[in-house]
Design a binder for this molecule. Structure first.
Ligand code: UFG
Length: 344
């Protein structure tokens, strides 16, 4: 019997790649997604890649009766991977109630059904944003969690606290929180990838849209940081590597490889790269020129952050090993594929 995994936000960017990895590793998946930031065609694409069509439920996790009904209809769920959340830092400053309401109520509802339906394992999609600008680099899991600088970041911190407290009080639930650094790239089939609505906020989709001619120039936000070339440093992790880490986390929980009920892992490459490093590597990998201009710093940005990945490497038996060139080429192939489809 295949083990059943519920994936919230499973048609989204990281969710869809994780569903592919889960299916390819012998799990059965049930996606819950209300498609507010993704498209139903993703299900066809997942089927094309894996030969399996995941079960799909279209509703908002804030609707507890619907979530309970879903759990009735799919008995024996063994684990939940919780991606579904609002995720734009700037928007969260404008709309704090929407962010707190959506991201926290969905987390509370999920834990409630896990208790009610005796679903034992949870993997949560968290973020390195919980560390703010760390005092020491690279960032380990012991680095202090700093006061969040956006409601979005705060929802990740509070969600982790809600999980921790619930797990301490409710017997039979274990959880792993995965703190992602900067996920980029797309599946090598170019069938699934990141689909930003409107103007992209993140670096790599902005680069691919500039290279393809949708944007005139990449705005590089600041070249006066205390970094070798003055531009901001991040830890860019390939989305398929990231997806594989979720399978490892689920297996760790299912196979009782840990005695701890709540664990946290940083997921990154361990390598910090500047904005200009990424631009240059993209140009080299794809042969495409990227027009860029230096602009002032973007408010709220930190200078540098990158992960110490020792714990994930040792405990999960996982390592991000896709070369950056390959990841950026996958992002470019995906961009070309979306535009081709739009022009058909
Ligand atoms: N950048 C540019 N130009 C752009 C976009 C980004 O120069 O058009 C720069 C930023 O200043 C930063 C780097 O590229 O130095 C990466 O920026 P992203 O917006 O891609 O990513 P962030 O590190 O700002 O944010 C990401 C996620 C957030 C998360 C945060 C910390 O998007 O959800 O990491 O975890 F909160």
């Amino acid at each position: 019997m295949k083990k059943k995994v519920l994936v919230t936000g499973g048609t989204g960017f990281i969710g869809s790649h994780t569903v592919v990895e889960l299916l390819q590793n012998g799990f059965e998946t049930i996606i819950i997604d209300d498609l507010r930031n993704s498209q139903v065609e993703v299900l066809d694409r997942i089927q094309k890649i894996t030969g399996i069509r995941p079960s799909f439920e279209n509703f908002d996790l804030c609707d507890l009766p619907k979530l309970q009904d879903c759990c009735h209809r799919y008995p024996d769920i063994q684990a939940v991977v919780h991606f579904a959340a609002l995720k734009a830092v700037g928007e969260s400053v404008e709309k704090p109630l929407e962010y707190y309401g959506n991201n926290l109520i969905s987390m509370i509802n999920l834990l409630q059904v896990m208790r009610e339906f005796k679903i034992p394992n949870l993997v949560f999609s968290s973020s390195c944003t919980v560390y703010g600008q760390p005092d020491l680099l690279p960032v380990t899991e012991h680095s202090p969690v700093k006061p969040a600088n956006s409601p979005y970041g705060n929802t990740k911190q509070i969600s982790e606290e809600i999980m921790r407290d619930t797990i301490a009080a409710v017997e039979g639930i274990k959880a792993i929180s995965l703190r992602y650094f900067n996920p980029i790239g797309a599946h090598e089939s170019a069938l699934i990838g990141e689909l930003p609505l409107g103007t992209p906020l993140n670096l790599v989709p902005y680069i691919t849209q500039t290279a393809i001619g949708i944007r005139e120039e990449l705005r590089v936000f600041g070249n006066d940081y205390d970094t070798p070339d003055g531009t901001g440093i991040r830890d860019y992790i390939d989305v398929v590597d990231l997806a594989r880490a979720h399978v490892k986390a689920i297996e760790r929980l299912l196979n009782n490889k840990t005695k701890k009920n709540f664990e946290v892992f940083n997921l990154g490459t361990g390598k910090g790269l500047s904005v200009l490093d990424v631009v240059k590597t993209f140009e080299k990998a794809t042969g495409q020129k990227v027009n860029y201009k230096i602009y002032p710093r973007r408010p709220g940005d930190i200078s540098s952050v990158y992960a110490d990945t020792t714990l994930a490497n040792q405990e999960l038996g996982w390592k991000a090993d896709t070369p950056l060139e390959k990841t950026l080429l996958s992002a470019w192939n995906w961009e070309k594929n979306i535009r081709k489809k739009q022009n058909q």
